[in-house]
Design a protein around this ligand. Structure first.
Ligand code: CA
Length: 221
């Protein structure tokens, strides 16, 4: 997933970039509205984080310009409350907004939830049904209990069948909050164990979530 971060204050931009990268996204930066539009024309993005007050071309104009040709999710960022009313009132086409100052963890959580919401993807494998929009998993048409983190892990693996994820990648991508570095691999293993309990018929010989010894986990192809 590739995200365009448009922000003229380099310190804020750096923080946004660092947290989004840590959450597993590819980040491209633009320091003003003109650069944002030219990058948008050249490249394909899954989401745009757009500051409202920008040099050269302001955020509202950038948003309108993008909306002429694209429905890419846009999160607007602004320091002024009056502008939030304006963003909503003008219906310029932003999907969400954040008021400055914000915690970078909140930004990451918003990005993830927006992508999940707009993706509104349902994955079906045999008798397992994963509804990303409702964050619901059904096995044999019966809803099963998973925590948000467990849901995120299952969704991440099932969305990328055959792709091996290391425990670190799983942690970084499945948690909404950034975890301290000392979180153990055991955490991931414990979550995988819980997920297997609800989706696998035989947890000792899992059919769906496979262990790749020395590397991590993958969902069956
Ligand atoms: Ca600004």
């Amino acid at each position: 997933m590739k995200i365009l971060v448009v922000e003229d204050e380099s310190t804020i931009r750096e923080v946004e970039k660092a947290y989004l990268k840590r959450a597993g996204y590819i980040v491209v930066e633009a320091a003003d509205g003109e650069e944002a539009i030219s990058l948008f024309k050249k490249d394909k993005f899954d989401l745009i984080v757009l500051d409202l007050n920008l040099p050269k071309v302001d955020g509202v104009e950038v948003c309108k310009k993008i909306r002429e040709s694209s429905k890419v999710p846009i999160i607007m960022v602004t320091a002024r409350v009056e502008e939030i009313d304006e963003i909503i009132g003008l219906e310029i086409g932003a999907d969400d907004y954040l008021k400055k100052p914000f915690s970078p963890n909140v930004l990451v959580a918003r990005v993830q939830s927006l992508l999940r919401r707009l993706g509104s993807e349902t994955i079906e494998i045999d008798d397992i049904n994963i509804d990303a929009e409702k964050m619901r998993v059904q096995v044999n048409s019966e809803e099963v209990e998973l925590t948000t983190t467990q849901f995120n892990i299952l969704y991440l693996l099932a969305k990328n069948p055959g792709k091996v994820f290391t425990r670190e990648e799983i942690l970084n991508k499945a948690y909404d909050d950034i975890l301290p570095n000392d979180v153990l691999d055991r955490t991931v293993d414990a979550h995988i164990k819980s997920i297997r309990k609800v989706i696998e018929v035989d947890t000792k010989n899992p059919k769906y979530i496979l262990t790749v010894i020395g590397r991590g986990y993958k969902f069956t192809e």
